[in-house]
Ligand binder design. Structure first.
Ligand SMILES: Cc1ncc(COP(=O)(O)O)c(C=O)c1O
Length: 386
């Protein structure tokens, strides 16, 4: 039997909770009906399962169940929110979209596409060297008038948690529609869609112990989106396509379990992350911790090892430890992280950056072993570099 590497890349994706997987299997094999089939009980059971999932998701993020649109994941949710929102605006003026420079590529690339086509103006908000947003700059930008404001709830690289309640208040004050990509935050920190002035909220199941390929966009009532996918008119015509019932069930069950277990799990995760940070700092004195250590996800540890290329560390540890050099990238081509560039980290710090993600299935033993594997790797590599 091959020994699996210790998994510490929970920002990239999480394993599916076995309880979630078990429920999904029932909807894959036994209750496999189409939720739109109204003529038999297979359809009824699928529809009921989707209804229940809606309730569980809505409860976790304090939204109304009818505001939830199911999608194939956060990337689609974000595309729908941005493109659908801009297309629904009926104004001769060029729409202005303000965005945090540390957003996920799903947000940045979508807005850049619109800007390239001359369909929107893109305005970057300011962040400091810790990745914190300049709220005065954000407020001034809102005061100048915007068609859409995009700020994530938590960052997928440095783990920063952004003050979404405060940002939502500012957006609300200036009557600016506000897209919050909450992919990394839902199920880890409290979110209140109803009370926080959020207009669109993007969710992804595979970041919270649910399956890949399913997510949701929560849309505040009164905001008419144009669809970006056309077909059978499912989900009030906003997102056509047969509902992914097992996936939706998985997302719902993952949310239900997060609601019950989030607080306790996140405490344990924070303790483990802190232990790992302490062990590494003790063994590698020049190690730098990136991001805002006063407001970061419990499971996030983003470090730079000055003078040691992250590729050298990864090459050495990859069969023992699953960590990453940054965001999971689809192309497989390593490009410098736009997030770390926005923080204006030096090239040396960017080249030595490693993202470690602790999660609910991480054990204390994993943490001790991971610290040891990384420390040995640094000791072995350093002599070749000096
Ligand atoms: C912050 C953030 N936004 C969006 C996404 C895209 O999510 P999905 O994989 O569900 O399309 C991710 C996943 O990497 C993410 O971390």
């Amino acid at each position: 039997m091959t020994i699996q590497p210790i998994y510490l890349d929970y920002h990239s994706t999480t394993p599916v909770d076995p309880r979630v997987a078990e429920l999904m299997v029932y909807y894959l094999t036994t209750a496999f009906g189409n939720a739109s089939s109204i003529d038999h009980t297979y359809g009824d059971e699928a529809e009921k399962a989707v209804y229940n999932a809606r309730q569980a998701i809505a409860q976790l993020i304090k939204a109304s169940p009818k505001d939830i649109i199911f999608t194939s994941g956060a990337t689609e949710s974000i595309n729908l929110a941005i493109i659908g929102h801009i297309q629904a605006i009926n104004s001769p003026k060029l729409p202005r979209i303000a965005v945090s420079p540390v957003e996920h590529k799903a947000v940045l690339d979508t807005i850049q596409m619109l800007a390239k086509k001359g369909q929107a103006e893109l305005i970057y908000l300011k962040v400091d060297g810790f990745g914190r947003l300049d709220l005065e700059n954000l407020e001034n930008t809102c005061a100048d008038g915007l068609s859409l404001l995009c700020v994530m709830a938590a960052n997928n690289e440095i783990g920063n948690i952004y003050p979404i309640e405060k940002i939502g208040q500012i957006a609300h004050q200036y009557d600016i529609p506000f897209l919050c990509d909450a992919s990394q935050a839902v199920g880890k920190i409290p979110i209140n869609f109803n009370d926080w002035g959020i207009t669109y909220l993007a969710i992804s199941a595979h970041k919270l112990y649910g399956p890949k390929g399913v997510g949701a966009l929560v849309v505040r009532k009164g905001y008419p989106l144009e669809p970006i996918i056309f077909g059978g008119g499912h989900q009030k015509g906003l997102r056509s396509g047969t509902l992914n019932v097992p996936g939706i069930v998985g997302l719902g069950e993952a949310c239900r379990l997060r609601q019950l277990e989030m607080e306790q799990d996140e405490q344990q995760i924070a303790r483990q992350r802190d232990r790992l940070q302490t062990l590494l700092q003790a063994q590698i004195p020049d190690l730098q911790v990136n991001g805002n250590i006063n407001a970061r996800l419990a499971g996030n540890l983003h470090i730079s090892l000055p003078g040691i290329p992250n590729s050298a560390i990864i090459a050495r540890v990859r069969h023992q430890l699953a960590i990453s050099t940054g965001a999971a990238c689809s192309s497989g081509v390593a490009t410098p992280s736009h997030v770390l560039r926005a923080l204006k980290l030096s090239d040396e710090m960017i080249e030595g950056a490693l993202r470690i993600g602790v999660g609910k299935f991480t054990t204390d033993e994993d943490i001790e072993k991971a610290a040891n594997i990384l420390t040995v790797a640094v000791e072995k590599i350093r002599p070749y570099l000096s």
